[in-house]
Design a protein around this ligand. Structure first.
Ligand code: BEZ
Length: 238
């Protein structure tokens, strides 16, 4: 740590915690979070500032992918420490003027929270003072239909997020819940899934003998889970 950096205690919710509650004004009207999203998965994400290039590329990408997230029963909610009129002007400029990587006329239809007083950003630990004191870092909270935080990813100001990864996380979390499995490195629907470590030697032996399950050793067993089965259960469940 550099000498002029301060060590501060930042309150931030953790995986398994209930998502902190707040009411806010957004580009799509007022919201009461997470109550308004009960029954849906939600990605609550922050960006440093309106009218900045990395954020613009991120919003265009996320908005272009919104239908995929909707199919996965996942709503998107953005936030920055800017006011409503700035948000509206920025999103209008994106739609009217910005063409990037084949994306143009991009309309952002998910809500973008105004958080001038940083109330929400502070509740979620989105302000990391040694990175910036007045801009939120690129935080991503994955919240389940019961309002529980299930995964968190943080990126610094300079690094645009990988939205395919955010989509992969949403599908993997839901697949884990639906099928009672874990997902290995780089998992995508159609790849083998992990059966949790056996609770006893007896379990392990049973597994080693189960022809559906491929045990590399007692602690590392996988099984097939085909892509259609995963997608049928996870997409458009409602
Ligand atoms: C950007 O989105 O381009 C950005 C925002 C704040 C700091 C650095 C980059």
């Amino acid at each position: 740590m550099e000498e002029n950096q301060e060590q501060q205690v930042i309150n931030m919710p953790r995986i398994g915690d209930a998502a902190p509650e707040f009411k806010a004004v957004t580009t799509q009207g007022d919201i009461n979070f997470p109550a308004d999203y009960k029954g849906d998965w939600v990605i609550l994400f922050s960006h440093p500032a309106d009218f900045t290039p990395v954020c613009t590329s991120e919003f265009m990408t996320f908005a272009t992918m919104e239908d995929k997230f909707t199919e996965a029963n996942c709503k998107l909610v953005g936030l920055s420490i800017d006011g409503l009129y700035s948000h509206i002007a920025w999103l209008r400029t994106i739609k009217e003027k910005i063409e990037y990587k084949g994306m143009k006329d991009v309309e952002v239809n998910f809500p973008l929270i105004e958080d001038i007083k940083m109330d929400v950003a502070r509740k979620y630990g989105m302000i990391q003072p040694n990175e910036d004191t007045t801009k939120a870092v690129r935080a991503v909270f994955f919240i389940d239909p019961n309002g529980i935080i299930r995964a968190i990813i943080y990126y610094p100001l300079s690094l645009g997020r990988n939205f395919d990864e955010l989509y992969r996380v949403i599908i993997a979390l839901q697949a884990a819940d639906e099928f009672g499995v874990a997902t290995p490195a780089d998992w995508r629907p159609g790849d083998d899934v992990i059966i949790g470590p056996a609770g006893s030697c007896g379990d392990a032996k049973g597994r080693m003998e189960d022809s559906e399950i491929d045990c590399k050793d007692w602690f590392f067993c996988t099984k097939k889970l085909d892509k259609e089965t995963v997608l049928k259960r996870v997409l458009n469940k409602k």
